[in-house]
Ligand binder design. Structure first.
Ligand SMILES: [Mg+2]
Length: 173
């Protein structure tokens, strides 16, 4: 990690996450029964649980939404959760107000063009490995992991390593 990146990540106290393509791999399965199925990665879950134990906050902003996301957000204590968002610029302003933090203390993880307003509003930006090229170019860090494959966990590791606490958390297990 470069010193400039470590400086940028050191103040981070909250994450703002996209869902489709970040917490999931972007696949949406439509069942014959009319349900939508999505899969979430267990290591993102354990990373977010650790993030919460570390006293950190997580907001979620999704252009879609549904019972699977609601359940996962409840399970992991993610809040606030903005679903069926048409304008992420407005949602990110609301999220920042609810988090009660300065933009420089917030990082975002995104994968696609609708995440640009979120990227512009925060202090640090992570792109998942399979993000669109424009989002990868705009990011401070392009993660090794793809969306839905541990990318959020990797972002959390980056932040806690920059803050010098990652090893302490590893040792706590
Ligand atoms: Mg997305």
């Amino acid at each position: 990690m470069t010193p400039a990146l470590a400086d940028r990540l050191r103040p981070i106290e909250a994450l703002i996450l996209d869902v489709d393509g970040v917490l999931t791999d972007g696949t949406i399965i439509y069942s014959d029964a009319g349900q939508e199925l999505q899969s979430f990665h267990v290591r993102d879950g354990s990373g977010l649980a650790l993030w919460r134990r570390a006293g950190r906050k997580t907001a979620v902003i999704s252009g879609r939404g549904g019972p699977a996301l609601e359940r996962r957000a409840t399970e992991l204590g993610l809040a606030p959760v903005f679903m069926r968002v048409k304008d992420k610029g407005q949602a990110v302003a609301d999220a920042i107000a609810q988090l009660g933090l300065e933009p420089r203390s917030i990082a975002a993880v995104g994968d696609d063009l609708p995440d640009f307003p979120v990227f512009r509003a925060v202090g640090a930006r992570f792109a998942v490995a399979d993000a669109c090229p424009e989002i990868r170019s705009a990011a401070d860090v392009v993660l090794q992991a793809r969306g839905g494959r541990g990318a959020v966990r990797e972002a959390i590791e980056y932040v806690l390593k920059a803050q010098g606490t990652w090893q302490r958390w590893v040792d706590s297990y």
